[in-house]
Design a protein around this ligand. Structure first.
Ligand code: ZN
Ligand code: ZN
Length: 194
């Protein structure tokens, strides 16, 4: 019921006119988000011989979780979009058109190009692999699951940090020494040089 009052969104673009123009015709669109998706940036729309190519740089926030402690965080991402949107109907004749790929983005029968899904997919793909709630997040204890940002647990001090276990093994192997095993000797030499 607020549709009339809402500011016009340009995440949803009518490309009927552009589809009628010659290959190579362009539009530049400043993209601002709507109530569904908060996005900033701009894209260029290019009429190709089979589609509308959308390219540009956009920024948005993605709700995700910390890679170490799993608490909810908001991650700001900026990404380059380059994606073809295929018309499903010929703008002049009104005849249906075949879309070349099953999972391609499409322009609907009213010649509306909707950027929402593409932006969502690009935003998710551009999330960093390691996403931290803070740079020194201590994560969860691998033994008891306690969030170590809220304080140490009793198993932590007993067993040490599990992330260093492999390195500790290497050090203890080097200390003991195993003559004839080249890798151990190499590790020993490396340690001695320190
Ligand atoms: Zn965290
Ligand atoms: Zn613990």
């Amino acid at each position: 019921m607020f549709a009339v009052l809402a500011k016009p969104t340009i995440m949803v673009i009518n490309v009927a006119q552009l589809l009628k123009e010659p290959v190579g015709s362009t539009r530049t669109v400043d993209v601002s988000g709507d109530e569904e998706l908060d996005v900033q940036g701009h894209v260029e729309l290019v009429r190709t011989d089979r589609s509308i190519l959308v390219r540009g740089r956009l920024s948005t926030d993605v709700e995700t979780t910390c890679s170490r402690c799993a608490c909810p965080i908001t991650c700001g991402v900026t990404f380059d979009v380059e994606e073809e949107f295929f018309p499903t109907i010929d703008v002049v004749s009104g005849m249906p058109l075949a879309v070349p790929e099953d999972d391609a983005f499409t322009i609907d029968e009213h010649h509306i190009l909707d950027l929402h899904e593409a932006v969502r997919q690009y935003a998710l793909l551009s999330l960093p692999i390691k996403r931290l709630c803070r740079f020194d997040c201590r994560g969860l204890c691998s033994a008891c699951g306690r969030n170590l940002n809220e304080g140490a647990c009793s198993c932590q001090s007993a067993s040490g940090d599990p992330r260093w276990a492999g390195l500790e093994q290497l050090f203890s192997a080097a200390e003991v020494g195993r003559p004839g095993v080249n890798s151990t000797n190499a590790a020993q030499r490396k340690l001695k040089r320190r």
